[in-house]
Design a protein around this ligand. Sequence first.
Ligand code: ADP
Ligand code: MG
Length: 261
Amino acid sequence: MCRVIAIANQKGGVGKTTTCVNLGIGLARAGKRVLLIEADAQGSMAVSLGIREPDSLNMTIVNIMEKIINDEEIKPGEGIIHHAEGIDFIPANIELAGLETSLVNVMSREMVLRLFISGVKADYDYILIDCMPSLGMITINALVAADSVLIPVEAAYLPVKGLQQLIKTIGRVHRKLNRELSIMGILLTKVDRRTNFAKDISEQIREVYGNQIHIFQNCIPLSVKAAETTAEGKSIYLHAPKGIVAEGYHCLTEEVLSDEK
Ligand code: ADP
Ligand code: MG
């Protein structure tokens, strides 16, 4: 059975892409078949996976979604790139912004990504979708295609308002478009272990959301090593295997895997 996880938060810079890449590669290292789909026009997942100029790619998730919209055939494996660290991925680029605008006039516009994913599900154990920092139509497509949502939250301030809006949107998608959708949990990211401030935020988030939403036991520490991986085009497991961020993502991977049982 394939699990489709959307990694979403309409706030940028909270660690969505970093989590998508390193949880995805973590799952692949545990023997799982993994596909990462970028649903963000910024193309930062593509860059993190070694593509220097995503905007010059001529096959991305945009072309795939356009084919679905136009009822064109998608060949097995079309648009899918194999990465040296054992995952498959489909990048995005700036053209996704244009697609988002043109989706307005498309029949079943919320279902486009879901339709594509249902065709490739049999080949994977996990499909992770790296969402963009907005709650627009592309993110709705990701939520409609997903079984669950992982919400990275930066432990920098108490993000009450933004989180409530996100939870509301997930609830709406659940009621109207995707009865299978649930919230997998909140993942605290960029936790500065040296300060009590981060600890306070973590505790407050547990207090405010803990009885409503699962909060992952493991959080991801703040470390310059994580920031460096983006430019390196490889995972934290290769870049700094003994560091605290590799350990954090390894533990998160175990937690996600234990959820299978
Ligand atoms: P998002 O996808 O939510 O916009 P990113 O994963 O791109 O967030 O992360 C935003 C920035 O923060 C990037 O420059 C990334 O390298 C950096 N970053 C991510 N996780 C960490 C971390 N644990 N410690 C330090 N920097 C991080
Ligand atoms: Mg991102």
